[in-house]
Ligand binder design. Structure first.
Ligand SMILES: [Fe+2]
Length: 302
């Protein structure tokens, strides 16, 4: 039989564990445990001799106190120190949670990204929050969004259903950026009854005019089943790896495919997708088993 003292100890111990766990998930893992997540791969039909280091940042979700402009500028320096050939930004720069002490405007977070440096440049796409936070763009149903203008003002080109051809060591390759798949959200004020994407995969890939390999940037991974094998690698964010991930399983994933594209390197029918767990968070300021990450991918080396 449990004594009164034993019972109180049990309750006290449980409370202490809960408080410690919460402090870890809110304060320590999301704020202090950012790491570099590395992948090495050679996708099918990748040209021999094209070695490329691509570093990606996803889901920055700027806001105070979690993701300040100072922290973003420091992340930019960490990215530069990895000596990437190419830097890509996978969308969702705007805050994803209401639980903030202060909003961080695009006029603050975009300049913090301007320190990113790579020989083949820095290329960005937008995420759903970059659209959702811009009410005029929601009403109009078209961009450019405030986020796009701010990123471009920071000297970083934004690809929305657009492509760019780059070259390294005499080998060409394409970076294709898809417009957001959830750009327009339902709202009576703008007469939209369901989420509407502005993505045009076919139109984007039609702009690729030679046989050089293609790297596709798509904020949400849900497009992946439709991506043709012509694309060597698709890079996505958006899911945050579920924010809570235990034993390779995320209980909550903002994807209609659940855990299929929640996190990491997915190979299906010889096609490659890498989903970053991102840096910030949506809804709740919690990360557990899913540390904020900078993605570093070595292509052509494995
Ligand atoms: Fe997103």
């Amino acid at each position: 039989m449990i004594t009164r003292r034993g019972f109180l100890r049990l309750i006290g111990g449980s409370l202490f564990s809960m408080v410690s766990l919460s402090a870890y998930a809110v304060g320590i893992e999301p704020m202090l445990l950012t790491h570099v997540k590395r992948y090495s791969l050679t996708p099918p039909n990748w040209p021999a001799g094209l070695r490329l280091r691509v570093v990606a940042l996803a889901d920055i979700h700027a806001c105070r106190p979690w993701m300040t402009p100072e922290r973003i500028a420091s992340l930019a320096q960490q990215v530069n120190a990895l000596q990437p050939d190419l830097i890509v930004l996978l969308g969702d720069y705007a805050a994803g949670t209401r639980l903030v002490t202060e909003w961080v405007d695009s006029s603050e977070w975009a300049p913090a990204l301007s320190g990113l440096r790579a020989p083949l440049g820095v290329w960005a796409i937008l995420g759903n929050h970059d659209w959702w936070e811009d009410l005029s763009a929601q009403r109009a149903g078209v961009g450019p969004t405030l986020a796009r203008k701010a990123i471009e003002s920071a000297g970083i080109p934004v690809l929305e259903n657009d492509v760019v051809r780059l070259e390294k060591d005499g080998h060409g390759f394409w970076v294709a950026g898809l417009a957001d798949q959830l750009a327009l959200r339902p709202g009576k004020a703008w007469g939209c009854s369901r989420f509407k994407g502005l993505d045009d995969l076919e139109g984007t890939l039609a702009k690729v005019t030679d046989e050089a390999p293609v790297i596709l940037l798509a904020h949400e991974p849900d497009i992946f089943p439709k991506v043709p094998s012509r694309v060597s690698l698709t890079l996505s964010g958006h899911t945050h790896g579920g924010q809570v991930r235990l034993f390779g399983f995320s209980p909550v994933v903002p994807s209609r495919f659940g855990n299929r594209f929640a996190y990491g390197h997915v190979v299906e029918e010889n096609r490659n997708l890498i989903v970053s767990g991102g840096l910030g968070f949506s809804i709740l300021p919690v990360r557990f088993g899913m540390r904020p990450e900078i993605l570093s991918i070595e292509l052509g080396s494995a």
